[in-house]
Each structure stands twice: as structure tokens, then as C-alpha cells.
Design a protein around this ligand. Structure first.
Ligand SMILES: CC(C)(COP(=O)(O)OP(=O)(O)OC[C@H]1O[C@@H](n2cnc3c(N)ncnc32)[C@H](O)[C@@H]1OP(=O)(O)O)[C@@H](O)C(=O)NCCC(=O)NCCS
Length: 235
């Protein structure tokens, strides 16, 4: 199973469907020192995926610690994301000169538990279900959940800010694309991405999604400033 088809050129990914033995640094081992065996294994295998993906990008196999919100801390010059669920561990990384941020997420292809859809989907998304349900009849809510988690994983390292499920509305297309719009921005977030572009697929009983924020995205305000500067130069 691959993730490459969800990711643009310049992103290196590695996927494992079985846990492997691997080496953790002392500080990585410290993160999972009290964890149950399954957590220790998924953590280790995903770290191995991350090191493989880094190596393919030309970086040495670095230690990957966590920040205070549990986001992975990548080597200088690298952005990336990690996901794991039953039978699946993956990491994707890119040079920060090429990609601004990225997030990946995987979940089993099963309906969301009762009561969760109302928390995850905005009222706009719930209304749109009448047509989007055709895309994935039984698991469309789960798909929106997976896309939103991939958005959060791309968003958080850029902003170090919280983004809730109700803060973003996702529009899912049947061809494996999705776009998302962030609602009202507080002042400090206005320079942060307002729109997100994701890709998704169903593979071997899993729903997989990626969100990539490219380097050359100009946010509305930045774009307006750039335009103004150009104009000023012209004048
Ligand atoms: C952080 C979160 C997205 C993780 O998703 P998950 O499905 O629970 O778990 P996954 O196995 O897919 O991913 C776990 C990995 O995500 C990464 N991660 C954790 N917190 C993160 C953060 N704040 N930012 C980026 N990546 C993070 C870690 O690498 C972690 O694996 P590790 O602990 O082994 O290193 C989820 O727990 C969460 O807090 N969601 C609420 C916020 C949200 O999704 N908002 C939607 C906005 S539209």
C-alpha cells in the first residue's frame, strides 16, 4: 500500500503494514516509556518509516521527538507528518524549501461512532451530505473526519494554534480531491492558511488522506500586500 499517489513531487513517504523491530534514541524511548506494548510498537515502526522517508530525501536517519502538543519535531529544513492505525503506519516528509507544511491521516473504513458526526461535521457539511454521501455511502462522515485530521496535522506546525472540527468546512469530490475553507480568523491567524487542498483514497479497508500546503501559497492579505508593493513600485 502506498501513499505516493496522495502526495506531490518532492514529498517522500514510507508505509508499513506490519510492525518492525527498530532502534529508538534514549529520548524517543523516554516518550513511550510508560506506554502499552501496541503503542510502543506503532511508535517505533512509524519512527522507522519517518527515518526511511528522510533517508530517501537525502537526510541522515534523525531522532524525532515531540513538542508539547505531541507534534513531531523534524530535523532543520524538513516538514512532515506521521499517522498510524490498526495495520498501518506511515510517515511523509519534504524539504521545507519545497513544501510549507503537510499532514497525513489514516483510519479504518468504517462509519463514525454514533454522535461523533455532529461534532465533526459543520452544519454546511451535514447539509451537503445529501449529495456527498454518493461519494462514499456508509463512511462519508469518517472520510471528512480523516481529511480534517490531516488538515490539523498540516496546520498545527505552522501556527502552533488549535483548530477545531467546527472551524473548517470540507468539500469532498468523488475523484479523490477535497478542498476546505477555514472560517473566521482571529487577528493573529490572519496570515495563516484560509484554504486547504487535500487528497484522499480508499485502500484495503482504510481511508487515507493528505493535506499539503505548498510553498508558493499567497494568503489573501499577503497577496494584497504584494500587489500593493508591486503597484507602489510601478508608481
Ligand atoms: C493530533 C490528531 C490529529 C492525531 O490524529 P489521530 O488520528 O488521533 O492519530 P494518528 O495515529 O493518525 O496520528 C498520530 C500522530 O500525529 C502526530 N501528531 C500528534 N499531535 C500533532 C499535532 N499537534 N500536530 C501535528 N501532528 C501531530 C504525531 O506524530 C502522532 O504520532 P506519534 O505520537 O507516534 O508521533 C488528533 O488526535 C487530534 O487531536 N485531533 C483534533 C484536532 C483536529 O483534528 N482538528 C480538525 C481541524 S479541521
Amino acid at each position: 500500500m502506498m501513499l505516493d499517489d496522495l502526495l506531490p513531487a518532492g514529498v517522500s513517504s514510507s508505509v508499513r503494514t506490519r510492525d518492525i523491530e527498530g532502534f529508538l534514541s534514549a529520548d524517543e524511548a523516554h516518550i513511550v516509556r510508560n506506554a502499552v506494548e501496541t503503542r510502543r510498537r506503532e511508535f517505533t515502526t512509524a519512527r522507522m518509516c519517518a527515518r526511511e522517508a528522510l533517508e530517501a530525501l537525502g537526510f541522515p536517519p534523525a531522532e524525532i521527538l515531540q513538542d508539547e502538543r505531541r507534534a513531531p519535531i523534524w530535523p532543520e529544513g524538513v516538514v512532515g507528518s506521521i499517522t498510524h492505525c490498526s495495520g498501518f503506519r506511515a510517515a511523509a516528509v519534504a524539504r521545507s524549501t519545497v513544501i510549507r507544511s503537510l499532514g497525513i491521516d489514516a483510519e479504518p473504513q468504517s462509519p463514525l461512532p454514533d454522535g461523533l458526526a455532529e461534532l465533526v461535521l459543520t452544519s454546511e457539511e451535514q447539509t451537503a451530505l445529501r449529495s456527498t454521501r454518493e461519494v462514499l455511502p456508509n463512511e462519508i462522515e469518517r472520510l471528512i473526519f480523516v481529511i480534517k485530521e490531516s488538515i490539523y496535522k498540516a496546520w498545527y506546525p505552522l501556527t502552533r494554534a488549535w483548530l477545531g472540527f467546527q472551524d473548517v468546512t470540507v468539500t469532498v469530490a468523488a475523484d479523490g480531491a477535497a478542498s476546505a475553507r477555514r472560517h473566521a480568523a482571529s487577528d493573529e491567524q490572519v496570515a495563516s492558511p484560509q484554504e486547504f487542498y487535500s487528497r484522499w483514497k480508499i485502500s484495503r479497508g482504510l481511508i487515507l488522506a493528505s493535506t499539503v500546503i505548498p510553498r508558493d501559497t499567497l494568503e489573501p492579505r499577503t497577496a494584497a500586500c504584494a500587489e500593493k508593493r508591486d503597484h507602489d513600485h510601478d508608481g
